[in-house]
Write a protein that binds this ligand. Structure first.
Ligand code: UDP
Length: 381
């Protein structure tokens, strides 16, 4: 079969390779001039440091098969994400752990004491948290919520925690030990040569042609099938309205020597306009560029307008209604399969993106072998 894959991020690259290995002829198009989507990395011109152009990406997973998969295409270097948070004039440890709790409450509690103490701080009237805010108030209490989550979340999402799903906060652990690893997953790392190199290697495969700087619109008729990892609403020219996203903008600056002594510093106070500063030499300590310049990015989150790059699907109530309409519409289509963060309007991490792309390729192939049309969605948005 001749397949057009729209988008050269993880979703598109993984699905393209898997279908090519099954003998299909694949063309991957991306309107950007690089592969890798929002995982794109490139060396900074001034300092030589490998930078994550669209913000920090740390690979983490519990899935052995996905970990083995990425390791085939790039050497994953050990990396543990340890995030610091600035609140007022103090620096705290994140995710909330025993150190954070003892710092905030100026105590020296043991793990058991801290657990009992935080249970008292939590709002026991909340049975099943229905929002981000309720999840926080129930499990960490008002003080920690207000210090670390309230302002940051308002800046990040543009709405109060009361309007956001509890699932967003469930991404972060709360620990009663001094472990400050941001993630709970078994495997964690960053590709030695960057994500763009790794994703180029995935795409480097017989029967895969990559066309960069080209739009997908108007090409479908030349193919038997389209796998679409662009925004779902864009596929339909936004004709029922726009699904809302948050976009990010980055203010890059150089600093002689060390700027902040760590990779990521969150700024949790509402009055600080940016959400975090990342210092990228810390994402690749195995690189030793000649320059003593460090490169950093202040990160701002904002409403995603028509010309902006979508990063985070907001999935508020209005979005869910509109999403339902687009999904129903998509299910009427023939010869297209949607996937990925944009194609299914879902807040997916890199590992889940890869897992789903592999499953999507298998489902498409299996249907063809059985003489059936490929599914429009393998994973419900
Ligand atoms: N969050 C917060 N304060 C922090 C870090 C995270 O309030 O210092 C909230 C915020 O709403 C964020 C969510 O927790 O969107 C999930 O955080 P994560 O670090 O997983 O976000 P990502 O890395 O995907 O931007």
């Amino acid at each position: 079969m001749k397949v057009l894959v729209v988008g050269a991020g993880f979703s598109g690259a993984v699905v393209a390779r898997a279908l090519a290995l099954e003998g299909h002829e694949i063309t991957v198009v991306d309107e950007r001039r690089h592969v890798g989507g929002n995982c794109h990395t490139e060396p900074d011109e001034k300092s030589g440091i490998m930078v994550h152009i669209y913000g920090p990406h740390i690979f983490h997973t519990n899935n052995q098969a996905v970990w083995d998969y990425v390791n085939q295409f790039g050497r994953m270097m050990p990396y543990v994400n340890r995030v610091k948070a600035r609140v007022g004039d103090q620096i705290y440890s994140l995710p909330i752990n025993l150190h954070t709790i003892n710092q905030v409450y100026q105590r020296a509690m043991s793990p058991d004491e801290a657990q009992a103490f935080l249970a008292e701080q939590g709002d026991s009237l909340i049975q099943t948290p229905r929002s981000f805010e309720e999840q926080a108030l129930k499990f960490v209490g008002a003080k920690l919520y207000e210090m670390f989550f309230k302002g940051y979340t308002r800046k990040q999402w543009g709405v109060d925690g009361a309007q956001l799903p509890a699932s967003i906060l469930k991404r972060l652990p709360v620990r009663f030990v001094y472990d400050d690893n941001y993630f709970n997953h078994r495997f964690q790392g960053i590709p030695e040569a960057g994500y763009t190199d790794l994703i180029s290697n995935i795409l480097d495969c017989d029967r895969v042609t990559v066309r960069l700087g080209e739009k997908a619109e108007g090409r479908a008729q030349d193919f038997d099938h389209v796998v679409y990892s662009g925004p779902l609403d864009r596929y339909f020219q936004h004709d029922r309205g726009r699904l809302q996203y948050r976009t990010l903008s980055f203010e890059k600056f150089h600093h002689k020597g060390d700027f902040q002594g760590t990779a990521v510093m969150n700024y949790c106070d509402a009055h600080v306009p940016f959400t975090r500063i990342s210092e990228h030499k810390y994402f690749a300590p195995w690189h030793t560029p000649d320059s003593d310049l460090s490169v950093c990015f202040r990160e701002y989150s904002g409403h995603c307008g028509p010309q902006d790059i979508p990063f985070y699907p907001t999935r508020l109530l209005d979005d869910q209604k509109l999403l339902g309409e687009y999904v129903a519409r998509a299910n009427q289509e023939k010869n297209v399969t949607f996937l990925g963060r944009l194609g299914t309007y879902s807040y997916l991490d890199m590992d889940v993106t890869i897992e789903r792309a592999l499953e999507t390729a298998s489902a498409i192939s299996a249907n063809w072998k059985a003489g059936l049309a490929p599914p429009v969605f393998v994973h419900d948005p």
